[in-house]
Design a protein around this ligand. Structure first.
Ligand SMILES: [Zn+2]
Length: 474
């Protein structure tokens, strides 16, 4: 299937006498516009990318935002100097100011040898997948909500399973069963008075009046729309969501839903009606038991408590700590880094602002700018630390081919190999100075600033690290 987004497929033109093309080929060809519109080119040597008609910078092809196109046949390489910089003099003659900024934000590989590569923008790794294409074309795309938070909750596994089913819209209410063709009507089996959908089952059925009285802060979802239902679950049950209400409230909300579902099934399968007060009381008791069990475990289990400090580099070595700060993912971001010598004394630091990038991209820029400084300053014997396991895995692993981050990853790898740097992971609590610098980075305007003396804001943190102050990580 990856053949379909090869250069051959993109550049091919169907014959004018379409009758000669097979039905299969004509069907495949119908997808071409969709494929091309979701392919963004990663600039390598720039020889294969049409300057005007391929999407390789900003949010669209340059031809869309320019009226006077000088030559259709220009390639991106025509605007790259022999020293691998953008030829701004030439660019200024043919494009507008907005596009100039988009173009100069594209990193040209200087050290790594990379061919121009198409990246599939509908997947995070840049590889084409039928699933990602189907989701984009489908009228009912799944939510962007990640399910991972469900499995991190401090609750019994059976509740996680129930929540997972609810989030996927798979709970077999009669309405859902009728849609699947399992039953002929969708009437509520408890009140026999209305359609049994999620909203009715949990909030509106008259046989469950007052069940939610013990949770006055819970707002009833307004529709049966699956996406809104998922958002409601996420807001009211995820321990770390911003919604007010602590751990007990969120556990109690989920337990109440679960108890309502059990009561409904008791009526369906045993013809026994459980009254609302009993549902409320049993929910409160079970939620309290969960809180006692799971919270006390987290307090006494020593494996869940870790003490972390910044670690000094080896004798005669320097250490670079890097980090990023994001205001959204994607969104405005910043990066920062600090170099320190073997006794923890500050040597150099830097920070910068990035426009609309993902948090992973910001991590990679923080690292890349630090590595460039190592090279330009002629520093040696460098240990590098980051608290991003994702960025470290990309840098230390096999270089990806179609990832939108391929160029910066391979540039980092080339710089590290040339200077003999090692890259290791540290926990957030051991990376506080770099974290502070990254926060300063996102709040200022410059793309890159380095300091000739430590900024005032980081001095207390530098002193704390020199004294090996320990931070607790739970
Ligand atoms: Zn009912």
């Amino acid at each position: 299937m990856f053949f379909f987004i090869s250069i051959i497929f993109i550049n091919i033109r169907i014959q004018k006498s379409r009758r000669k093309a097979s039905h299969v080929w004509k069907s495949i060809f119908k997808t071409k516009d969709f494929v091309v519109n979701n392919l963004k080119w990663l600039v390598g040597d720039g020889k294969d990318i049409s300057f005007w008609h391929d999407w390789w910078c900003g949010n669209s092809i340059l031809a869309d935002s320019h009226v006077n196109i000088t030559s259709d046949h220009l390639k991106v390489v025509d605007f790259i100097t022999s020293s691998k910089d953008w030829n701004c003099t030439l660019l200024n003659q043919v494009i507008n100011a907005n596009s100039l900024s988009d173009i100069t934000n594209v990193l040209i590989p200087r050290r790594a040898i990379i061919k121009d590569t198409p990246c599939w923008t509908l997947s995070s790794k840049g590889n084409f997948s039928v699933k990602s294409a189907y989701v984009a074309i489908s009228d009912n795309p799944p939510l962007s909500t990640s399910w991972k938070w469900i499995w991190t909750l401090k609750i019994p596994a059976k509740l996680k399973g129930f929540l997972w089913i609810c989030m996927h819209g798979k709970l077999l209410t009669n309405h859902h069963r009728m849609i699947r063709g399992l039953v002929d009507n969708d009437i509520c089996p408890c009140c026999n008075n209305a359609r049994e959908d999620l909203k009715h089952l949990f909030f509106e059925c008259t046989t469950r009046a007052n069940v939610w009285n013990h949770l006055p802060s819970v707002q009833v979802p307004q529709t049966n729309n699956l996406e809104e239902w998922r958002n409601w679950l996420h807001t009211n049950i995820n321990h770390s969501s911003a919604q007010s209400g602590g751990y007990l409230t969120k556990v109690l909300t989920l337990v109440t839903l679960w108890k309502i579902w059990l009561a409904r099934n008791r009526k369906v399968f045993d013809n026994i009606m459980i009254n609302p007060a009993e549902i409320s009381i049993s929910s409160s008791i079970f939620a309290s038991q969960i809180c006692h069990s799971f919270l006390s475990i987290s307090c006494i289990n020593p494996r869940l408590v870790r003490l972390v400090s910044w670690n000094f580099p080896g004798t005669g070595k320097l250490k670079l700590n890097t980090d990023r700060s994001s205001r959204g993912n994607p969104g405005p971001a910043g990066y920062g880094g600090v170099f320190r010598e073997e006794r923890g004394h500050w040597v150099l630091s830097y920070l910068g602002r990035l426009e609309d990038c993902t948090s992973l991209e910001a991590e990679l820029w923080g690292l890349f700018r630090g590595l460039e400084l190592i090279q330009s300053q002629g520093m040696e014997a460098m240990e590098v630390e980051s608290d991003s396991t994702a960025a470290i895995a990309l840098i230390n692993g096999d270089p990806p081919v179609h990832s939108p981050h391929t160029v910066i990853i391979r540039e980092c790898k080339a710089l590290m190999a040339a200077m003999g740097c090692t890259l290791n992971h540290t926990l957030r609590e051991g990376n506080k100075v770099a974290d502070k610098l990254a926060n300063l980075g996102v709040e200022q305007e410059e793309k890159m600033v380095s300091h000739i003396s430590p900024p005032d804001d980081i001095i207390p943190l530098l002193e704390a690290d020199m004294r090996r102050v320990i931070f607790e990580r739970v």
